[in-house]
Design a protein. Sequence first.
Lengths: 767, 139
Amino acid sequence: LAVATPFAGALLIGLLRAAGWTRAPFAALGVLASAVTAALVALLWLRIPYPFETRVEWAGAAQLGFGLAVDELALVFAVLVTGIGLLTFAYSALFIERSRAAYNAYLLLFTGSMLGVVFATDLVQLYLFWELTDLASFLLIGLNWRDTAARAAALRVLLITTLGGLGLLLGIVLLGALAGTYQISQLNGGLPLADYPPLLTLTVALIVLGAVTKAAQFPLHVWLPPAMRAPTPVNAYLDSAALLAAGVYLLARLQPALADVPLWTWAVGGAGLASMLAGGLLALAAGDFKVILAYSTVSQYGFIFLLLGLASPQALAGALFLLLQHGLLKAALFFVVGLVAIATGVTAAGRSGGLWRRMPVTFAIAAVLAFSLGGLPPLAGFWMKEVVFGSVAEAGGWVLPGLVVLGSGLTLAYMLRFLRLVFVAGEAAPELPRAEPRLLLAVPGMLALLTIGFGLEPGLPAKALAAPAAGAATGVLPRLELSLYWGPALLLSLLALGLGSLGFLSLERWQPLLLRMLSPAWTLDRIYSAAGEACAAAGRLTLRLQNGLLLRYLAMVMMALLGMLALSGAGDVVRHGVPLTRVEQLLPLPGWDWRMLLLLLLICAGSLLTLLLRQHVQMVLALGAVGYLIGGVFALALAPSLGILQVHVETLVTVLLILPLAAIPRELLERFYTGARERVTGGRLLLAATAGLGGGWVSWWVLEHLPAAPIAPWFNDNAAALTGATDVVAAVLLHFRALDTLAEVLVFATATAGVFALARLIRKERG
Amino acid sequence: MTPLARIVSLAVLPIALMISLSHLLNAEHGPGDGFTAGIITALALTLEYLTFGFRDVRQRLARLRFERVLFGGLLLALLAAILPLFVGVPFFGEVSVGTRLPLLGDLELTTALLFDFGIYFAVVGGAMTAIDALEMAVE
């Protein structure tokens, strides 16, 4: 029900909009739907005994199921998604005066698909909702579709995350094949994975690829910064808390099953480390407020991935703790940036000098949030870093703790720089901001109070949410120690704080160096555009190949077909010689008599006639006659269904062929009929001859290779008993092979759509 | 077209529809099925086009949008595949409601029948969409 509510809300808004209610209170509806969802999740959390799972196997043969699975891990994410979601709805209801129907509908769609991901019982189901979140984020980021940059950003999100999603799908299929099930709870229930290391490694690589793209980890983070063109509440929701969290959820969910593979630690932890450092450096170099926050998200998720890579229950609990805290902080920071933008219209560094004096409350809130994320005690962010340092110090060595210290130092430095850029530095803001919007301040203010509270009482979120969730995922309840004691973690924390302050104070000295160093980092952008170029080149090649000359298409199709035939057929002949035996056995076909012989002769004559006739209409009619004769053959060969169908289809096709002929201008046809005959070149003759012979060869080959035990008798014997259909053809079409029938009808519909589009194109060209 | 042809084609239409229906209802117990039935109906409609002229017929059937028939058919077929899930039968499993319809004799209402109807509408809609599109382009 919790999953269904947002979808229902989105649908309702869509329907109202379609019904022409442009002034309906969409924002209120959005708030209402998300509140109901949040309440349902809370109810689930507090009242209903979990873990529980309901599941319907809807495709038994493929072991695909659909259903709900609720446990502590899922609930942590659900609480995050619905909690931040509710705040986002409330904030945007105030933010955008008359928030649009589409906006609220897409946001609800997104909430619903995220909950679908989190509560999925089956990997394939998870993938379905995973892609739905991609779709929703594409729609949200491209919301302002008049803005070219927003459209490009939306497209980039779609391309990159869908690429990752394809990797994930492959990984899921491989995993399902290895484990023999797609059910998540069984995967983690200690089911022995098939013992085949290379394939398992590939599986892990693909799944991690999916998670890395979703969570915007280096080097696939390139979609996140451009996505900042979206409305600010969207960024607050998608890019800080929810969308990226899907990647973390996937890894947290599959960690028990897959973390034993050696690649896991390297891939997940490595991506985390790289993102932590690269994101931090890029955040120091960026100028747009929201882009700074985006890079900071990349680096903070780097910490989370690092902990996931360590793959212990302890580290997983830490990762979830980080995820929750970061979700709160980053959403609040985005809200603050949105406030500044409303009040002054400034979104990038340079024109907001001295703003802190004019918006003191906003500044105070922002400072608390930024200090918290930077890791200053006694705020919640301090404990985030403490958790990371604790896990890293446990892992041992010098390199890893050193790098993490560097990463958190960077965090503090860029958060301080963020504060200075937004509220202090630059020319004085040109226009006086109006009074600070009190109501809007309430949302980030609440979150700031929360971060102070969690700083004083860090055990609350850790014990209530993170630890049990990690316990549910791994089966071992970890102890998340959060108390101030003199240990390596505290030492590292102090070291990081010192480094961060130092880095911030000396920023002016080494920022030029940083900028120079970072310029190669834009090659990632360049790779993305190069990929676009390659696609365009392929498109041009296609245009050159598909030049509208029917004859050339035909030639290419035939040549490809003949090439394949030659490859497969030649080897066969070499090995076995020209086969003759089976065809001789088959020759006395059922219904084989003089009538059949006559029909076959007539078919040959009709085909020859088609070749000799010169007017197109005559040719089509001759072809139609041949079709009827073939129908007669079917009827004689005891396949009446096929015979009836053949005659009907032939009639329809003849009409369809004659229709466009009527459209060809009379003069053109006259010229064709009276002019010189189309040249019959040697090449064409050769092609035609080989195509004909090749087709004949295929029929021959198929007859020779009929399976020793044909399947037809089984259908004949069992059709009536299993399906109650006395007509075997119907039994096959409607029961045994119903899925194939459905697919064929879909193909038919697609072809029709093609005809429709082509015809419309022609009409348009004619004007 | 001659008056005779018009009368014949008018007479053919209901007969063709009846044949289609009998193919549909009798799919499981004799030659012919939803696909054949769809082609027959499409042929009958095409005959109307030919005798009365495309414009005339199209105007009379202005409210009948064949694209919608096509999509409706597809939805119906999908529905037939999904419906069994709700009563605990696997995807594409068979569910039958054992009523006997008056006049038509022994007939089980099954999801297979629903599926066949879906195919029928998809075929009629698809074929006629193609012909309509071509006609429009030609004119």
